[in-house]
Design a protein around this ligand. Structure first.
Ligand SMILES: C[S@@+](CC[C@H](N)C(=O)[O-])C[C@H]1O[C@@H](n2cnc3c(N)ncnc32)[C@H](O)[C@@H]1O
Length: 240
């Protein structure tokens, strides 16, 4: 009792008490609002690194850093506002793209339920649920009416042509279709490095896709040798 009276009467102890109370309350606030604050506490960068590390440890193929940076700059420089991504995995690339600009809206499709659930969590952690819509569906059968400025194909390599043909109808007139993994870890350029039948099948499918893009009468395509090599396709200008 004496101790409490001393604490209340002595201004010095009162300051200490008030400070301790404030620190305690702030900590509680941070803990209960950790999702909102986490991005500010470790500045987002650490959380992105955690997702990259999780992907590496669990063999989840996410976009390579240099290609990711190129894609984010491309989105920024070309005033892209609406994006359809085929293949979300754990949400890494959609989070990176959404962070380019708060007006960007992304719809991303992932057929694997476990990856989809992790992506949902990651998107919530970054407070990006108002920018990113995740669909747990097979993109080969999804039907969307919306039009997008950019369609990013990063799913099953053997279905690139199907995705391209299906989703070009959802592309705005002056939109872009970007596809990742056209080098397939250099195996497309160096077939002598192919070790398995599965790899050979995938390499053949990717070559077929490149051929499809090169001969496409509706779209022009250029290739960017970054990451695992990406392609950028735009509708041909018909009045030229
Ligand atoms: C290369 S990962 C995507 C990586 C992600 N874009 C990133 O960089 O963070 C490919 C993902 O596409 C998913 N996928 C493959 N075929 C699909 C399909 N038909 N529909 C939806 N998702 C598919 C796979 O489950 C896998 O998680």
């Amino acid at each position: 009792m004496k101790f409490i009276v001393l604490l209340i009467c002595n201004p010095y102890y009162s300051y200490v008490l008030i400070t301790l109370f404030c620190v305690y309350s702030f900590d509680c606030y941070l803990v209960t609002n950790y999702k909102r604050f986490a991005i500010f506490i470790d500045l987002g960068g650490k959380m992105i690194e955690k997702i990259e590390e999780y992907a590496r440890l669990n063999n989840i193929p996410i976009m390579q850093k240099d290609a990711m940076e190129f894609l984010c700059n491309f989105i920024n420089n070309n005033n892209i506002n609406t994006i359809l991504e085929i293949g979300s995995a754990i949400g890494y690339s959609s989070i990176k793209m959404a962070l380019v600009n708060k007006d960007i809206k992304i719809t991303t499709i992932e057929k694997d339920i476990d990856r989809y659930n992790i992506a949902i969590n990651n998107v919530e952690l970054f407070n990006l649920t108002n920018q990113i819509t995740l669909l747990n569906e097979d993109a080969l059968t999804t039907n969307l009416d919306d039009k997008f400025d950019l369609i990013f194909i990063d799913a099953s390599k053997s279905h690139n042509i199907d995705f391209f043909n299906k989703y070009k109808n959802n592309l705005n007139e002056k939109g872009y279709i970007i596809t990742d993994n056209l080098s397939f870890h250099n195996l497309v350029e160096n077939p002598s490095l192919i070790k398995t039948k599965n790899q050979r099948n995938l390499v053949n499918k990717i070559k077929k896709y490149i051929d499809f893009l090169d001969k496409n009468e509706e779209f022009d395509t250029k290739y960017i040798p970054l990451g695992d090599k990406i392609s950028i396709s735009v509708r041909k200008c018909l009045d030229e």
